[in-house]
Design a protein around this ligand. Sequence first.
Ligand code: BGC
Length: 781
Amino acid sequence: MQKKWKVVTSVMLTSSLMMSSLFVNTAAVNGQEEGNPPQLTGEASIDEVVDAMTLQEKAALLVGGNKEVLEEIDNEIIGDQATRVPGAAGQTQAIPRLGVPSIVLADGPMGVRIDPTREDDDDTYYATKFPAPNVLASTWDTDLVYEVGEATSHELKEYGVDLLLAPGMNIQSYLLNGRNYEYFSEDPYVTGKMASEFVNGVEDQGVGTTIKHFAAYNQRADNNIDSIVSQRALREIYLKGFEMTVKNSDPWAIMDSYNKINGTWATENEDLLTSVLRDDWGFNGFAMTDWEFGSRDIAKQMEAGTNLLMPGSEHQSEAIVDAVNDGLLNEEILDRNVKEMLGIIVQTPTFLGLEPSNDPDLETNAEIARKAAADGMVLLQNEADTLPLDSNLNVSLFGTPQVETMTGGRGSALVHSAYHLGIPEGLQNAGFTLNEELYDKYETYVEEMRDTDEYRETGGGFFNSTFPTLPEMDVADEAVTAAENSDVGIIVLSSEFGSYGSDRSLEDFYLSESKEEMITDVSEAFREEGKPVIAILNVEGPLEVASWRDQVDSVLLSWQPGQELGNAVADVVTGKVNPSGKLPQTFPVVYEDAPYSETYPGTDQFIYEEDIYVGYRYNTTFDVEPAYEFGYGLSYTTFDYDNVRVNRNGNFKDKITVFATVENTGDVAGREAVQVYVNAPDGKLEKPEIELKAFDKTKELRPGKKENLKFELDAQNLASFDEELSAWVLEEGTYEVRVGASSQDIRDTTTFTVDEDIILEEVNDVLEPQIEFDRLSKLNY
Ligand code: BGC
């Protein structure tokens, strides 16, 4: 990627320091010496700078610098408060007297969220809308995720942003969580691997990341919920991805979640932020609150290890000063928190004096976005090899989402990209001839419906940019004509237009009656003519499919993969890209199949009763058949697995290597995401039927070509959490390694043995639930 950096002189740095400081003259006002105060020049200067700071200056640095804006916004445009880069989510305060600059923080999980235009300025500030994390995870391609991180980093730097407020990495444990698409997977290992690569991709270019939301923030229904989770489920499921990312990638920052964990607010939770994050894992960055507007106990937050209160108000800085003066907060705690922040600030582009060009290479990044989008699509069904299609065919498109293109991202995950490329345009770009008469009818229908009171956009604003979902147009007649005159019917299905401030509803999961009718009408008409029907799922999360999929020939899960949706769909539909995406989240048959279907989301508190049995861990252990299982996805070719074995004669010491050979046995080139699951023996601790312990993706294999793959399983990765010992333990016994194309399509197995229990690591015995509750177990099921 082209670098457009130039290092500027201190003049620019000084001018940036002057902005947004609430405490510029504090020292002078307090009558302290002005002389030659120490300057922040790098890591080595931090102690001296902190020694020279007044209490007010420390309190200023620990609170986001958005006073002026805050006074005006009345919480209306939460997450939009920066003054240095318009539309960025926030910034810190500068202390020019000591050479401490203000740094800029911007969302988010699908790309850089800043305003696309500025007052009195003809230039534009568009950013690339990349695929959402769940689409990236569907690629199972860690190199590609790194590349997306790198491309995002380039835009951050060119727009003068120091710290990205992403990746989101909570576990998709509950189907209706309205923010699941901001996260990678229901599996902690996939989450940890993907987040680590993304963080490396961004940070290797010199911009920071903020892993979020820490932790057990798994619903949007109530941000203030008390998440009650066992220590084992926390360590193995909800904290695991964060632990992997902290240890592998050393992120600059972490964002505390809004909720409570076992009775204590995340942001006031010393067990979480200090005992686990820093003591157990060795986190080196700083922790910030989510945009919670000062609703917590500031002294407790500071003591717990929250460094930065966002988005920040002058009132919060004053409260810190008062807490110290009233003896409620030890100033040494502030020193610690300030030092941790300065340790990061000295690494930022702003501190290093790099000048943004405001001219990122959006063309190169659009190509990366297109590739990632296509690679993240999952082919769910392909009867009689209906796909790929020849691109000189005539296509009739059905469904309103072809007009109201759903590329993804709302609220803090919104990205102002220069364009959104819809499915009709993408197919046309690829050479297909569209049934324009039908398309025009859809366009007119959507326009007219949106003009009615019932379907007009409601709410507006940051939280509730909600369009009520349109009923599908009656196409009984149109389908018959279309089937006669075109070669193939493509139905585009979306779920509801979600709202940022709430969960999804069951209507997002089940198809509405009018959608079901559309599928039936189109299916009958095209089958009558002996022509195929394809469904494209333009959704942000799993949709009910089991009741209707027989009516169509192929089902392609396009997800909501960012600005290049249409081109990426066309790439897969034509076979230019052979689909290789696989599901990072289970598609259930019915909602009631989920173990939490009767209790989620709870009021005031929500008990994680299914415990460690999240996602496929539940399905495989308790024999609940999904519609499409975790790890599932088809290709236009086929792969054979062979030669699955382990080294050391199957005797585990501190690690073991698994080998497998994968061969492309079909007719076209393709890539395969190979998954390594382990069935661990029940000992003192019961184990899920399988857990994913490694994965890799082959390079593009031509027909007949093979690739040998190698996976390292180490003790830490294989261990379970023993609450009694507060330790990670690897229990003795025979471990079965199951290598497969999905969690249910296991192609070959092998075993290794652990001769005796190994206690790997004792950790702080913290975060115990404040109440007792029944946990799902093989014994009580
Ligand atoms: C969201 C965060 C986001 C922040 C700033 C909050 O409402 O929960 O994920 O980074 O706003 O926009």
